[in-house]
Structure formats: structure tokens, C-alpha cells
Design a protein around this ligand. Structure first.
Ligand SMILES: NC(=O)c1ccc[n+]([C@@H]2O[C@H](COP(=O)([O-])OP(=O)(O)OC[C@H]3O[C@@H](n4cnc5c(N)ncnc54)[C@H](O)[C@@H]3O)[C@@H](O)[C@H]2O)c1
Ligand SMILES: [Zn+2]
Length: 357
């Protein structure tokens, strides 16, 4: 699948076997940044990479900072290639965010190839070109737009993801499908069991369809000024949940909860029928595994977290809601979300999830 960007055209390939790694190893002037856990799990794939061309990185939010980026820049200065260097990074969204930033600023931009090893990175973040670093207590405050030259998705690697991380990725897969409309929702209802079983061809199919769906938005609005903002469906609430729980709840899971909250508000406003809401919830609840007391925070904390979300442009609360539903979902950026609606959506989710467990 080809992605058009004003910076470059780049391609995502869904790989069937490991031969692409052999091709990558044959390239000259490469420098690898690999998620340490992935390196340990798949040592045989990386065994021939010379030590001086390799940096192993633990995928933690604490490491997603400018200091780590500078350390990697420093390592790259030590290989002879300079501007001809190609950075190859292997890992999930954390590794992607750091290495995309490095590739962008190093010599004002070096070649970058990304191998996403989490479902979340493969189905969502690997395209779109956003790079992000956390700064002080602000998540993703620093960042640029810089897509890789090529993305190789090798879904076989997802079999070693923890349930927590795998289901987090499913949260985003479900998001794209629910946004897409009735067919997407039906697809999800029919395939969620296979996805939970990690059936390889089902994963490949949903990664491809998620990326194809996202591609339309990023190609229409690469720099997140208009149409692309709709991809933030459920994210205002998701980001708040991540923040108030100190990121114990992973991104895609928080987005799944955020979808239930957003759809509840859409239901109260009579934008969305109870039938669609219930059917979506049935799918979503299958990927949400959380300790409910984590959400037991005051409404003030949620409101503070939402206001800090850098996408909130003014005092009024903004969120993307589904505003009508049919062959495709109609999404709108709403600027009039009230504190009462948010409180009601949190209460609603807590009650719903409480009944599940
Ligand atoms: N740039 C973007 O557009 C964008 C979009 C969404 C999220 N993000 C960022 O992505 C990050 C979350 O990324 P993520 O959910 O992909 O995961 P991650 O990078 O946080 O990794 C999650 C865990 O999975 C492990 N792991 C990775 N691949 C594995 C594999 N194949 N087998 C076993 N374990 C593996 C990691 O070591 C880590 O412990 C957040 O920092 C978020 O802000 C960025
Ligand atoms: Zn997301």
C-alpha cells in the first residue's frame, strides 16, 4: 500500500516471512534501534547486526524523551555514513516516536525504515508521520511530521505481545471499523473472536483495512488541520483516561473506553441509535480489561486532564462524536461538550463495565 505525503511517497508492506530482514541486513550504512524486549525475543533475526550499528532501547514512556533521542543521534555520529545513514527501527509506538524524531532532525533528515512490532503501531501509528516525545510532565509535547521511507509489517511478531498490549491495538482496529459505518461494525462483530485468537490471516486483513481507512484522512489533511482531526474520535476521553491513571491503562484500551463514553454522549444527544451503541459496546467490552478502581477519580481531575490535552483549543470542551450513522459513520468535531456530559459518560462506563466483571 502506497501512502502519499508532501514529504515523500512511502510504502507499507505486509510481510509473509522473514526474508525482508535479510534484505534489510544487506543494506549498507544502516543503524538499528530495536526494542530491547523484541531483540531478546527474536535474537536470531538480529544476530548479524554489528554492535556499533545497534542501539537497544527499553520501550517506556520515561525513555520517550529528548535525552534518549540525543543519545541515539550521538551514536549515529559514530558510524561513518553521516547523511547517507539509514535508520532502521524495530518496535512499537514508543520506538517509532523516538526514532522518527531522530531520523527527522539528524542531518536535517536521514532515511528511515520502520518495522512496527505491536498491533497498535502496525494498524495505526506507523502511517501519518507523527513523531512525539514527552517533555517534563507533558505527553507528546514535542514532535514533528516525518514519515518513514518504508514500513514492513510482520504480523507473526504479534504472537508474543502480552494480552494487554495486543488488546490495546485491537482498540484502535475497532475504532477504525466503528467509524467506517455499518459494514465496519458488522465486520468487527463477525471477526472479533478470530482477532482475539490472533488468527494470522484475520490480523493481516484488519491491519490492511485499518491502514487503508486511515490513509484517506492523512492524505486529505497531512498536518492535522481539518479532516484528520476526526481520527481523534474517542481520543479526548481516551487521553484523559490515560492521564488520570498515570498511563497504567494503555493507549488503545483507553481509546476503547473513550469510544463507549463518546457513543453514550451521542446517544443522549440522539445522534446514534441504542442498537448501534449496544452492538459497539458488545465488541468493545471484549478488549477492555482494566481494574475499575483506577477510574475512580474526581470529575475535576478528568476535566483538568481534558483541558491539558493539547487538542483543546479553548475553554469549551471539544471532542469528536459520531453524529449520524449509516453506510458510513458521520463524524463531527463538537465544541460544546459539557462537564455534565463527561461525568455522565464516566458513570455510564463504570456501571456498564461493573456489570461485565
Ligand atoms: N506517532 C503516532 O502517530 C502515535 C499514535 C498512537 C500512539 N503513539 C504512541 O505509541 C506509544 C504506544 O505504543 P504501542 O502501544 O505500540 O506500544 P509500546 O511501544 O509502548 O510497547 C508496548 C510493550 O510491548 C512490547 N513489545 C513490542 N513489540 C513486541 C512484540 N512483538 N512482542 C512482545 N512484546 C513487544 C514493548 O517492549 C512494550 O513493553 C505511546 O507512547 C503513544 O503515545 C504514537
Ligand atoms: Zn490512538
Amino acid at each position: 500500500m502506497k501512502i502519499q505525503s508532501s514529504l515523500k511517497e512511502y510504502e507499507v508492506t505486509i510481510e509473509k516471512d522473514e526474508t525482508f530482514f535479510v534484505k534489510l541486513r544487506e543494506m549498507s550504512n544502516t543503524f538499528y534501534v530495536i526494542d530491547r524486549k523484541v531483540f531478546d525475543l527474536y535474537r536470531e533475526l538480529f544476530s548479524e547486526i554489528p554492535e556499533e550499528q545497534l542501539y537497544l532501547l527499553e520501550a517506556t514512556e520515561e525513555n520517550k524523551v529528548i535525552e534518549t533521542a540525543l543519545t541515539i543521534c550521538e551514536k549515529i555520529t559514530e558510524i561513518p555514513a553521516k547523511r547517507n545513514a539509514t535508520l532502521i527501527s524495530v518496535g512499537g509506538g514508543i520506538i517509532q516516536d523516538i526514532t522518527g524524531f531522530v531520523a527527522n532532525v539528524m542531518y536535517r533528515g536521514i532515511r528511515w525504515i520502520f518495522v512496527p512490532t505491536t498491533l497498535l503501531a502496525a494498524c495505526d501509528s506507523c502511517i501519518g508521520g507523527k513523531t512525539s516525545l514527552n517533555y517534563k510532565k507533558f505527553k507528546n509535547l514535542l514532535g514533528t511530521f516525518y514519515p518513514p521511507e518504508a514500513i514492513h509489517v510482520y504480523t507473526t511478531m504479534f504472537r508474543t505481545l502480552t494480552d494487554r498490549d495486543y488488546k490495546s491495538g485491537l482498540g484502535e482496529v475497532i475504532k477504525f471499523n466503528i467509524m467506517a459505518g455499518i459494514d465496519g461494525l458488522e465486520n468487527m462483530e463477525g471477526s472479533i473472536g478470530k482477532l482475539l485468537d490472533r488468527a494470522p490471516e484475520t490480523i493481516d486483513r484488519f491491519v490492511a483495512s485499518s491502514l487503508a481507512y486511515k490513509r484517506r484522512f492523512i492524505e486529505a489533511d497531512e498536518f492535522d488541520r481539518g479532516e484528520r482531526i476526526k481520527l481523534n474520535f474517542a481520543h479526548t476521553f481516551g487521553h484523559a483516561i490515560e492521564a488520570v491513571t498515570d498511563y497504567v491503562i494503555p493507549h488503545g484500551t483507553a481509546v476503547a473506553i473513550g469510544m463507549i463514553m463518546a457513543n453514550h454522549i451521542s446517544g443522549e444527544r440522539e445522534y446514534l441509535s441504542q442498537d448501534i451503541i449496544k452492538r459497539s459496546e458488545k465488541v468493545l467490552l471484549q478488549v477492555i480489561d482494566i481494574e475499575l478502581p483506577l477510574l475512580n477519580r474526581s470529575i475535576d481531575e478528568y476535566m483538568r486532564a481534558i483541558r491539558k490535552d493539547k487538542k483543546q483549543e479553548s475553554d469549551s470542551l471539544t471532542a469528536v462524536l459520531i453524529t449520524s450513522y449509516g453506510d458510513h459513520g458521520e463524524l463531527s468535531v463538537m465544541h460544546d461538550i459539557t462537564q455534565n456530559e463527561i461525568q455522565s459518560a464516566i458513570n455510564y462506563f463504570v456501571k456498564l463495565y461493573g456489570e461485565k466483571v
